[in-house]
Design a protein around this ligand. Structure first.
Ligand code: SAM
Length: 236
């Protein structure tokens, strides 16, 4: 099994994202390992190579259009699951200082195996984001925090914003973002010390995608993040 690199280059260039040959080779291996591993552990419903290229790889790499990642960028992907978008972005920018987080360890076993096979380095952490946000070694230390398809924007913001350093960026990736969710989410971002700078709607491959770029302009009040029960019972 190999992915169509031609399709990868073409679908990314639609969004002005350039993919190197090395990155394409890594993603080829990624797709093969994902399909094999997915037989044992359910990581994704998307298992056709072209679909993986469009719906996982291109969709993840899209972030590079809006966020600069380079050597030493301290980056976190919250709720990475099978590595989306974090491990894909690491294939493009292997020198970044990445932390890939999920609360489900068996998904991260795949991510650890994948990174080992690709010779890539990242901290792979089984944890809930809101727990990391209360730990000094993670709180307000990240240049960029992203999360794809993890939670409603207001709850997701409470998971992620405490991790972003002042001057850094929170870049959630969603499918549809309804007006109501958007309003509550933007309110939460403001309460947590952020300012929405870009609110991007895209339709890669006909599917509705939404990326928000919020800059952290002041420290998150120390009462946040609250615990999971409070976050879901009384969302911001
Ligand atoms: N981001 C991946 C993707 O786009 O394919 C996985 C999305 S999956 C729908 C959501 C993931 O977020 C799950 O793997 C879940 O375990 C994780 N998750 C949900 N809430 C979390 C939290 N508070 N902290 C860490 N991981 C969380």
């Amino acid at each position: 099994m190999t992915i169509s690199k031609e399709l990868l280059f073409r679908s990314c260039s639609q969004f002005d994202v350039t993919v190197s040959d090395e990155c394409a080779d890594r993603l080829d291996t990624y797709a093969r390992l994902l399909i094999d591993y997915n037989e044992k552990v359910n990581l994704t419903a998307i298992t056709q190579p072209d679909e993986i290229v469009r719906k996982h790889f291109t969709d993840s790499l899209l972030l590079l259009r809006y966020v600069t990642l380079h050597k030493g960028t301290r980056f976190a992907d919250i709720g990475t699951g099978g590595g989306f978008p974090g491990a894909v972005l690491l294939c493009a920018v292997p020198e970044m200082d990445a932390v890939l987080v999920d609360s489900i360890n068996k998904k991260l076993d795949f991510v650890r195996f994948l990174l080992h096979e690709l010779g890539l380095k990242a901290e792979v952490l089984t944890a809930r984001a809101e727990e990391l946000g209360r730990k000094g070694e993670y709180r307000e230390t990240f240049d960029v925090v992203t999360a794809r398809a993890v939670a409603q924007l207001n709850q997701l913001s409470e998971y992620c914003m405490p991790l972003v350093k002042v001057g850094g960026v929170f870049a959630p990736m969603k499918g549809k973002l309804e007006e109501d969710e958007q309003q509550r989410g933007f309110g939460a971002i403001a309460n947590l010390g952020g300012k929405v700078e870009k609110n991007i709607s895209l339709t890669p491959d006909g599917a509705q995608r939404h990326i928000v770029i919020a800059k952290k302009i002041s420290q998150t009040p120390t009462k946040y993040p609250r615990n999971q029960a409070q976050i879901s019972k009384k969302p911001l």
